[in-house]
Design a protein around this ligand. Structure first.
Ligand SMILES: Cc1cc2nc3c(=O)[nH]c(=O)nc-3n(C[C@H](O)[C@H](O)[C@H](O)COP(=O)(O)OP(=O)(O)OC[C@H]3O[C@@H](n4cnc5c(N)ncnc54)[C@H](O)[C@@H]3O)c2cc1C
Length: 435
């Protein structure tokens, strides 16, 4: 238990799942909280792909952090970027001027970003999906591809614009690739004259032997069949060796496509490096049993920033884990202020869901697992229930019902057209080998 004053100052870095839950759980505690986030909004990341595929608007899955915590009198929210942490002096330095925020307790919950496995030069050609800006960029590229194909006089080029490559067969890659055929074949088909949007080709590339490695094999196979029914080509055991402006190289083969999206890997926030704790290969902090940083009981790291083993298995990097960890560290701080001993963190797995296309999903609850429409209804219910804010729940419910019955994708806005300049090809790097 750290040496702390009677009313400690708690600084929380990150207003995502972990940070918001920690702040909320400290609502009635005898502490002063400063929550900092570099954006002003919380994002419900599980539905980001629906913003990327024009099914939902950014405002449907976000909520201002200030608004979420508005009734918490012991909490201030600062829109600021944490740049450095000095655990010895107990300060966080923020923004360009490295203004110092002192703390008695620090909860570090800045999440992760996508990783290109050492090939950041691929990012301009295959954006990943983490922030609202990423989702808007993917939506822009996705919709623009059809506009350019409609104008093109060159059949080969048109085909390239109607081909989408998604790299990474985890839940995000599967959800993205399952959503595109529905929009292409149902929502867009009546509106284009020169291109047949039903000829859209979606290729899902996965380096491992199967898609959805975090799900049991039978469910993953079910999902693969569902994707194949939708016309998605799945390439497993396929390493991406290069991404270019007009295609993705898989081994020696180039899949010609003007649009690629990256859903292949994550790396933790660079803030973890300041904590002086051991890190895994993705930069995640190895935390102690109580989620504190070894040698610093007053510093906790939670959510996607961390790696934590339980019963010989890694706790997954999912929203429920970040939520449970946020609530747990808040309780530990309260226990400290009451001079009670801390407990060990224990993750409770509530089960996993992933959706495929417009009306299918898979559900894994350990011994109970199922697939199909029932799983999809459960997926809808769970996602509506966990969205932040009554308004968002109602709006998303109406958008989904409308899309389901009319086959429309509601948010087909191409913004920032002026900004759109396909990135130039970077110099060839000899001998790129992918992951
Ligand atoms: C596309 C996608 C789909 C997903 N689907 C699912 C799903 O279906 N089910 C599921 O359970 N999980 C899903 N996840 C994973 C889940 O969203 C994460 O596990 C969860 O968000 C982790 O919570 P966190 O609090 O660690 O980080 P986040 O929720 O990512 O929050 C981090 C916050 O920190 C802020 N931040 C970062 N760096 C700084 C800094 N230096 N200074 C200040 N603020 C900073 C960010 O702006 C952000 O608000 C998905 C993730 C993605 C990207």
């Amino acid at each position: 238990m750290p040496d702390v004053p009677a009313r400690p100052r708690v600084v929380i870095i990150g207003g995502g799942f972990g940070g918001i839950t920690a702040a909320s759980a400290l609502k009635r505690a005898n502490v002063d909280i400063t929550l900092i986030d570099r954006t002003n909004h919380f994002i419900f990341q599980p539905l980001l792909y629906q913003v990327a595929t024009a099914e939902l608007a950014p405002s449907d899955i976000t909520a201002p952090i200030r608004w979420i915590l508005r009734s918490q009198r012991n909490t201030e929210v600062l829109m600021a970027e944490a740049r450095e942490i000095d655990p010895e002096r107990r300060v966080v330095r923020v923004d360009d001027d490295l203004r110092e925020l002192p703390y008695d307790y620090l909860i570090v919950a800045p999440g992760s970003r996508h990783s290109y496995f050492g090939h950041d030069e691929w990012e301009p050609y295959a954006p990943g999906l983490k922030a609202i800006e990423d989702a808007s960029e993917i939506r822009r590229r996705f919709l623009l591809a059809y506009e350019i194909a409609e104008k093109s006089e060159n059949p080969k080029e048109r085909e390239e614009y109607l081909t989408f490559v998604i790299v990474g067969g985890g839940p995000t890659g599967v959800e993205l690739s399952g959503a595109i055929p529905f929009i292409a074949k149902k929502a867009l088909v009546a509106e284009f004259r020169r291109v047949d949007t039903r000829r859209t080709r979606v290729v899902l590339v996965e380096a491992g032997p199967r898609i959805l490695p975090s799900f049991p094999e039978d469910l993953a196979q079910h999902a693969a069949r569902d994707l194949a029914d939708l016309g998605v080509e799945i390439r497993v055991n396929s390493f991406v060796t290069k991404v270019e402006r007009d295609g993705v190289w898989v081994g020696g083969e180039k899949i010609r496509a003007r649009t690629a999206f990256w859903a292949a890997g994550n790396k933790a926030s660079p803030l973890g490096k300041f904590l002086g704790a051991p890190l895994d290969s993705a930069g995640r902090v190895k935390v102690s049993d109580d989620l504190s940083v070894p040698g610093h009981p007053e510093v906790f790291a939670i959510g996607d920033l961390t790696t934590f083993q339980q019963d010989g298995r890694l706790v997954p990097w999912v929203a429920p884990a970040a939520n449970q960890q946020g609530a747990f560290v808040a309780k530990s701080i309260i226990r400290d202020t009451r001079r009670q001993p801390r407990k060990k963190f224990h993750y409770f797995n509530k089960g996993d869901l992933a959706t495929i296309g417009r009306s299918r999903a898979i559900a894994d609850f350990g011994r109970v697992r199922f697939a199909g429409r029932l799983a999809w209804f459960l997926w809808l219910f769970v996602h509506i229930m966990y969205l932040v804010g009554f308004r968002n729940r109602i709006v998303v419910f109406i958008e989904w019902a409308y899309a389901y019955f009319t086959y429309q994708a509601g948010v087909r806005l191409i913004t920032d057209v002026e900004r759109y300049k396909p990135p130039a090809q970077p110099p060839t790097v000899a001998g790129t080998t992918g992951r």
